[in-house]
Ligand binder design. Structure first.
Ligand code: PHE
Length: 446
């Protein structure tokens, strides 16, 4: 397959696209509930450390490979390996990435469907005047209804695949431009509201003063997996976007900006959600329903609550949309590289993801008793293993490829950070990021 000629229209467009991929359910839905389940501040601190030590240098590595290869992840890896005199079996890393994003997208679409349900519910004013207990019961009733969930899952996937079918660098740009500033604005409103609640002080303590006894190997493993997930790292999805990166743009600045913007969204939504958790006496370890239970409660207390809530779910939906487009891209670009037309490739991927997504839908009702490995439902399984294990393993191999396999000149030129920046990046990836991932994976899994 030849080089792609598609490019993001500007440097800013590239940063927005990668921020769009990074900011999504990971920040607003997953971060708060994982923090709640993993002891609060300890998890937050570990997650920040992982973003800085692994996240930023490994994002640079992953985007760089895409930019150097200018093909789908599989083909970029095979092409660059061959040029460097290594085996084209490196393309299996691209296939592994595609498998990982396939699994992630299958539940991502289901949970994004929950946001559609809540968007419609808040427009209808469903949450007005409801007690926290009623809001909680409403969420459980929704989970127990496979038809409603399937409908929303289907709708969301159609939205995603219709953009992907047309090529990502066009329509997505306009969406990102509008969406990102609005999302930050609304989160700030939420945090200001949170500051007026009784639980605000407790939320800050929970998030920022670590309790060392909450620390364990599984917390470390979860925090590392989360850092990969929230940065969209380790599944060749960023590599797919790197292929469309304009020439002459510093990768370190791009990766650093995205990582900071991404952490900011997580922090703001964490503060808002935990303020409600502690004001209303909700269990921080409530699990994946945490956001869907706390935010309707919070907003129902504000003037024009339904309106705010509807705006919030709309923005969340747009944020998850831009992430899911990124999740689909490596698979669709890969099939396209094998000679399948883009529209057809998007249809095939959409169908496969839809079918596997049904297993997640059913794991709250019909299949709730079907337990997989370690007593998990399918939803539990697919929301943990790909994130906590596959992403770090994928990221590790990507980093090895970038820092040890790729010829120095190619890496130096593609990173566009100058010789000193390059040396720093290479040193960090080789001697900090790679050993750290290995250490956490080995000790967390043994
Ligand atoms: N980063 C996205 C989020 O936080 C999820 C994602 C993971 C996207 C992996 C692409 C690849 O919602």
């Amino acid at each position: 397959m030849n080089e792609t000629l598609e490019r993001w229209s500007s440097r800013r467009a590239f940063i927005l696209a990668v921020t769009g991929a990074a900011v999504g359910l990971g920040n607003i839905w997953r971060f708060p509930y994982m923090t709640g389940e993993n002891g609060g501040a300890v998890f937050l601190l570990l997650y920040i450390a992982f973003v800085l030590l692994l996240g930023i240098p490994m994002m640079m590595a992953e985007i760089m490979i895409g930019r150097a290869g200018r093909r789908s992840p599989m083909q970029s890896l095979a092409f660059l390996a061959q040029q460097a005199g290594h085996s084209t079996n490196w393309r299996w890393l691209g296939i592994f990435g595609a498998f990982t994003v396939f699994l992630i997208l299958s539940f991502y679409s289901v949970v994004s469907g929950w946001s559609i349900e809540y968007l419609v519910g808040s427009i209808n004013g469903d949450f007005v005047g409801q007690t926290p207990a009623q809001i909680g019961a409403g969420f459980d009733a929704f989970l127990a209804d496979p038809l409603r969930m399937t409908f929303n899952h289907t709708l969301f996937l159609l939205l995603t695949m219709s953009v992907v079918a047309g090529g990502v660098s066009g329509g997505l740009e306009k969406l990102n431009n509008l969406l990102m500033p609005l999302l930050y604005l609304l989160l700030v409103v939420l945090v200001i509201y949170a500051a007026t609640t009784d639980g605000f002080g407790l939320a800050l303590t929970w998030l920022f003063s670590p309790d060392p006894s909450a620390m364990s190997l599984s917390v470390v493993l979860n925090a590392m997996g989360h850092a990969f997930f929230t940065l969209a790292l380790g599944a060749c999805a960023l590599m797919a976007y790197g292929a469309y990166m304009p020439d002459h743009q510093s990768l370190s600045r791009a990766a650093g900006t995205v990582a900071l913007l991404d952490m900011l969204v997580a922090l703001l939504s964490g503060i808002a959600i935990f303020a409600v958790v502690f004001s209303q006496g909700i269990d921080p370890a409530e699990g994946p329903g945490l956001m869907f239970v706390t935010l309707p409660i919070a907003f129902s207390e504000l003037p024009w609550g339904s309106l705010w809530l509807a705006c919030f779910f709309l923005l969340l939906l747009l944020a998850t949309w831009t992430s899911s487009i990124n999740l689909a891209e490596p698979m669709v670009a890969g099939l396209q590289g094998m000679g399948i037309k883009r529209g057809m490739a998007a249809t095939l991927v959409g169908l496969g993801v839809w079918l596997v997504g049904l297993l997640s839908v059913l794991s709250f009702s019909t299949m709730a008793e079907v337990k997989w490995f370690a007593d998990m439902t399918f939803f539990d399984l697919v929301t943990t293993i790909p994130t906590d294990i596959f992403l770090p393993v994928g990221g590790l191999l990507i980093a090895i490829f970038a820092a040890w396999v790729l010829p120095r000149e190619t890496a130096l030129r593609t990173l566009d950070t100058g010789p000193n920046g390059f040396r720093l990046w290479q040193g960090v990836v080789r001697f900090v990021s790679i050993p750290l991932v290995v250490l956490v994976l080995v000790s967390g899994l043994l």
